[in-house]
Design a binder for this molecule. Structure first.
Ligand code: UDX
Length: 462
């Protein structure tokens, strides 16, 4: 099938590359010329395991193309994905101006056959209908221009647009495993009341549903849930809000464990074995961050508020999360007492491993708070330390290797659970430090091994 993906951020690029990999002819449109140039040369502007490989093979086979020309993309695609950003505004609402501009642009360029317009961006509930309206207004604008220029009669201008439908198809990709998640989703949600549009989307995803590519063929087909537009939009918010709340819940339990002398890792295991609860997203630590959870939970609170409903539970999830980010500071104070003049080294900066994403990373709050208390902060991160991102982070000296990080530190804090931090030579690390204290803010390391290596080990809720 012919597909156009508009917006080559994290979601758009992964979606476009994966759809090309399963045999669709995909044109990705982005208005950033530099980025398009980079992607045309076969390089990925983001770090995501497996993405560069599929981009290169799909580009070589001619199934993945990049352009800045929206008109060309719209003319090409039977299915048009809107995958531009919806960043949070200071109020917590989503900024939908990029979606609006793209929807208008689509309308102004629609002149071929029937098109399915897919909302892939996480958009406020009700946006499906709003996008339909904007596309329609784009069509009207174009018709006025055509008729005004005397190129066509009003009747012909109308006939040139064969119609379109809007489908909500939320993504549930995790950064760091987005390519895997695209080929192995837990479910595919399609929100539309139009059977024709749904049939086209089902055909598009058939190779993934039938697990034909990069998946385990012995597994049952991927469930496809067809809903109305608003319910599909709500599913995305509700899923992220539930997962974020699950983490805030276990973090709260961890804080109580700390006081009563229980071990939250054992508690999580014990409750996770209950199939009604499940064992995932019960890892206590420094709290959730990233580009999705904070934005989506705030947006849902805001939407509820718009309708006069106060989302008490979601607000509590957010406030538990804000407090959790600073629990590490309390733990450092308990061990080091005065932090002024002390040196704290952070192991990891990104909001989670296997990504270079620093958006709403708990490390940023930690750095700010430690600076305020007069501590000197150093950090090492497997990706940030080796990239241009290093210079963009204020209040921290980003070291390029671990020995330099450990040198002279009064404490280390494990902030991001990068796999490679599990296997460090901690005896060597301890010997370089001024004071071998390690706050494991993810309960990620082997406590006994660290104690043996000479560390004073402090976990979260254990
Ligand atoms: C999330 C959703 O999982 C995904 O479905 C959605 O499309 C986008 O948002 P992502 O932001 O990539 O994906 O990260 P995820 O792996 O879900 O982790 C989110 C945050 O929660 C991270 O900061 C992570 O460190 C934290 N986390 C996760 C915990 O603190 N404990 C856990 O048990 C799990």
């Amino acid at each position: 099938m012919r597909v156009c993906v508009i917006g080559t951020g994290y979601v758009g690029l992964v979606t476009g590359a994966c759809l090309a990999h399963i045999g669709h002819h995909v044109i990705c449109v982005d208005n950033n010329e530099e980025k398009v140039k980079l992607m045309k040369s076969g390089q990925s502007p983001i770090f995501e395991p497996g993405l560069s490989e599929i981009m290169q093979s799909a580009s070589t086979s001619g199934l993945l193309e990049f352009t800045t020309d929206l008109g060309a993309g719209v003319a090409h695609g039977e299915v048009l994905f809107i995958a531009v950003g919806t960043p949070p505004l200071p109020t917590g609402e989503s900024d939908t101006r990029y979606v609006e501009a793209v929807a208008r642009g689509i309308g102004e360029n629609l002149d071929g056959g029937y098109k399915v317009i897919v909302n892939k961006s996480t958009v406020p509930i009700g946006s499906g209908d709003w996008v339909r309206m904007i596309v329609q207004s784009g069509i009207v604008e174009r018709q006025k221009t055509l008729v005004g220029a005397g190129n066509v009669s009003p009747e012909t201008a109308l006939e040139q647009v064969a119609g379109f439908d809007v489908v909500s198809n939320p993504e549930f990709l995790r950064e760091g495993s987005a390519v895997y998640d695209t080929f192995n989703p837990d479910r595919i949600v399609l929100g539309s009341n139009n059977p024709k549009a749904i049939a086209i989307m089902q055909e598009l995803y058939a190779p993934i549903v039938e697990r034909k590519v990069k998946s385990d063929r012995s597994m049952p087909p991927v469930p496809v849930l067809v809903t109305d537009l608003s319910s599909a939009e709500m599913i995305k918010y509700a899923a992220n809000a539930f997962l974020a709340t699950k983490i805030s819940f276990i973090n709260e339990v961890a804080n109580i464990c700390d006081r009563v002398g229980a071990d939250v890792t054992q508690v999580a295991q014990g409750i996770g074995l209950d199939s009604r609860i499940g064992n995932k997203f019960l890892q206590a630590g420094i709290g959730w961050g990233g580009s999705c959870f904070p934005k989506d939970v705030s947006a849902l609170i805001h939407t509820a508020d718009d309708y006069g409903y106060e989302a008490h539970l979601l607000k509590a999830s957010v406030s538990v999360n804000q407090r959790q980010r600073l629990i590490v500071v309390e733990k450092l104070q308990q061990v080091l007492k005065i932090l002024k003049g002390k040196t704290v080294g952070l192991l990891g900066l990104t909001f989670k491993p296997d990504t270079d994403d620093m958006r709403d990373a708990p490390a940023l709050n930690l750095i700010e708070h430690l600076n305020r208390l007069g501590a000197k902060v150093k950090a090492y991160d497997p990706i940030v330390s080796q990239s241009g991102l290093r210079d963009g982070i204020a209040g921290v000296l980003v070291e390029t290797d671990l020995e330099r990080l450990a040198d002279g530190c009064d404490a280390l804090v494990l902030v991001t659970d990068w796999q490679q931090f599990r296997t460090l030579d901690y005896q060597r690390v301890a010997s370089l430090m001024h004071n071998p204290v390690l706050v494991d803010a993810r309960n990620f390391l082997d406590r006994e091994a660290l104690i043996e290596a000479g560390f004073r080990y402090v976990g979260v809720g254990r």
